[in-house]
Design a protein around this ligand. Structure first.
Ligand code: ARG
Length: 310
């Protein structure tokens, strides 16, 4: 059965803006870097002590001078990056409060975390907005160095990509229109339609568990919420923190029930990217232990940082 818990809510309501897909940029950048990706595994001994300066010298941004990159980064060649000095990161930037566009800028917990990791590695983080349903294929096909997108670590996904250590814990939730008769997943009877985002763990769970209801897949979470507000569907099933953010910005949508799925988010990486994974994991650990994680967390969420990330 399901458990109800306090909702992790974002601090302030934020306006959602339409997301412009940077497909042309993605293609261009992917084309530039094709030759040194999937087919070219990292050397067995990627972490050397003499290499950090090289990375810093080639990076085009001011962040290249951070000291933290020296212990784990190694050279760009060892990290097998698509472009020197840069971390090309795919993300479906439409999942507030993790990644969303406001005033033309990428914002959110994942964005802050990834930028912090990049800065510590002396790498310029370049986000490429990309549809979630296809993000794993794009990564495995060599289009990105990494993906961050509130991505749940699953065994199935690990068949085609690798993950960093977990950086966030989340459940799923059922959202309904204000005043709906649906109070919990037990009310998802025949004739009820539930919106999900295509390619997500929420879609998979809903398809498996809500067998009486009709599951309707949308390309983005926002498309599902809009359909809910437009009365085209009866509920939305998606990651709880996203429901928290959406509920806060409006009085038309409300949380019906939290569903305990115990998911952990990770940064997605190509399977042959041990050096990059080690470097990212080292920075992630430092970010957690030195208090930076808490700083970023409290920008986007209320309440204490969960114990495993303290
Ligand atoms: N955590 C869910 C999953 O991994 C949903 C992620 C959706 N992320 C996004 N940026 N749209 O399937």
């Amino acid at each position: 059965m399901t458990r109800r818990r306090r909702v992790t809510r974002p601090l302030a309501s934020r306006r959602r803006l339409a997301v412009a897909l940077c497909a042309a940029l993605a293609l261009l950048l992917a084309a530039c870097g094709e030759e040194d990706t999937a087919a070219d595994p990292a050397p067995a001994d990627p972490v050397t002590t003499d290499a950090a300066g090289t990375t810093a010298a080639t990076a085009t941004d001011a962040a290249a001078t951070t000291e933290a990159g020296t212990d784990a980064a190694g050279t760009d060649a060892e990290l097998s990056l698509i472009a020197e000095g840069q971390l090309l990161v795919g993300s479906d930037v439409a999942f507030e409060p993790f990644e969303f566009i406001e005033d033309g800028e990428n914002k959110g917990f994942d964005i802050d975390l990834m930028n912090e990791i990049g800065e510590r590695l002396g790498l310029q983080v370049e986000f490429v907005n990309t549809p979630f349903d296809g993000i794993f294929t794009a990564l495995a096909g060599g289009q990105f160095d990494a993906i961050i997108s509130a991505i749940t670590i699953t065994e199935e996904r690990q068949e085609t990509i690798a993950f960093s250590d977990p950086y966030f814990a989340a459940n799923q939730a059922l959202a309904v229109a204000a005043g709906s008769d649906i109070a919990s997943v037990d009310d998802l009877a025949e004739g009820v339609s539930v919106g999900v985002q295509s390619g997500t763990t929420g879609e998979e769970y809903a398809t498996g568990e809500f067998s009486a209801a009709e599951i309707v897949s949308f390309p983005t979470s926002e498309a599902a919420f809009s359909a809910l507000e437009g009365d085209q569907i009866d509920a939305v099933f998606i990651d709880l923190p996203v429901v928290g953010a959406r509920v806060e910005g409006t009085d038309t949508v409300e949380l019906a029930e939290e569903v305990d799925t115990d998911e952990l988010y990770g940064i997605g990486l190509p399977q042959d990217s041990e050096a990059l994974r080690d470097a990212i994991n080292a920075e992630l650990e430092a970010i957690i232990t030195d208090g930076t994680y808490e700083e970023i967390y409290s920008t986007w969420f209320e309440g204490d940082v969960p114990e495993q990330f303290q």
